[in-house]
Design a binder for this molecule. Sequence first.
Ligand SMILES: C[S@@+](CC[C@H](N)C(=O)[O-])C[C@H]1O[C@@H](n2cnc3c(N)ncnc32)[C@H](O)[C@@H]1O
Length: 332
Amino acid sequence: MTNVEIPTDLRNALDAELAAIPSKRLASATVALSERYRSLRPARGRLFLNSDEDVAAYAAYRMPATFAAIFSALVQLHDQWLGEPPRTLLDVGAGPGTAMWAAQTVWPALEDLLLLERDERMIAFGERLAVRANAPGLRGARWQQTDLLTRWEAEPHDLVIAGYVLNELPEERREAVIDTLWSKAAGSLVLIEPGTPAGFALIRQARQQLIAAGATVLAPCPHDRACPMLENDWCHFAQRVNRTRLHRAVKGGTLSYEDEKFSYVAVSRQARPPIDGRVLRHPQILTGRVVLELCAPEGLRSHVVTRSKNRQAFRQARDLRWGDALLPEDSE
Ligand SMILES: C[S@@+](CC[C@H](N)C(=O)[O-])C[C@H]1O[C@@H](n2cnc3c(N)ncnc32)[C@H](O)[C@@H]1O
């Protein structure tokens, strides 16, 4: 798995913001947040950010990992995107602006960015980060204090992203919010949640709702049929991310990275370029063959690529990673 690094300008901006807070206060806010985070999820992910230290702690503790997950999902969407790249972005429940930084890394031409967020401290923090961005699109992003549970207006945008937000909404209001988000997506709507059974359950339900509303799934699924995932399993992916110093101190571990697990769905109004399957587990690379666990158009299946049958397909299969699409030309 290739490690993801947050962009240098974002890292510098984060370092500058975090340096403004006495390190002991930041460390204790981060420990408290990580405990709340662990004990509250997956039941209800509300984080209760009550102070500037809490917001900074959230950014220090979670932003690199959520950046990595959103980035990874968007890379898969990028590979399925047909036509002009997106130029406009609507990021809802934007927090410190994580999704816009990830989206701008994938689509540098993004130029019109609108971020909706309820928490004014988050907005202030995110704006201070964005001021230090290299990309003019990020520096020019507009932030709007908005509660997604009230009526809100926004023009349709090429790309709409809700990262780690659905689990913070009351269950009975989620469907209506998802409908509204879909109505604002001129190109694609991307929903990302933690890669837990609860996070996946939200994604699966949203996927079903969106397909019923006429959406096509661009990623990760190779079809729009009912999700074939078995009851005791959940569709999720993982992105390795380098830990920050503070992160390591808080987690008390020595590892310089962590694997952020996430579930996601990206839907669109355009047709889906065909793929032969999505790799759902780390591929098993054995002597002379690669075994892939796939979600394929016909359902879940194992796919074995043998060197003796097709050298080229074998070489390509050896490079596939968990989460990648198996393209028709990669199949035997
Ligand atoms: C876990 S954070 C995720 C932030 C960001 N999307 C990311 O991936 O890092 C969830 C964010 O959603 C915001 N949020 C929760 N409920 C909301 C609502 N009803 N309206 C607007 N924002 C909301 C929270 O304030 C918080 O900033």
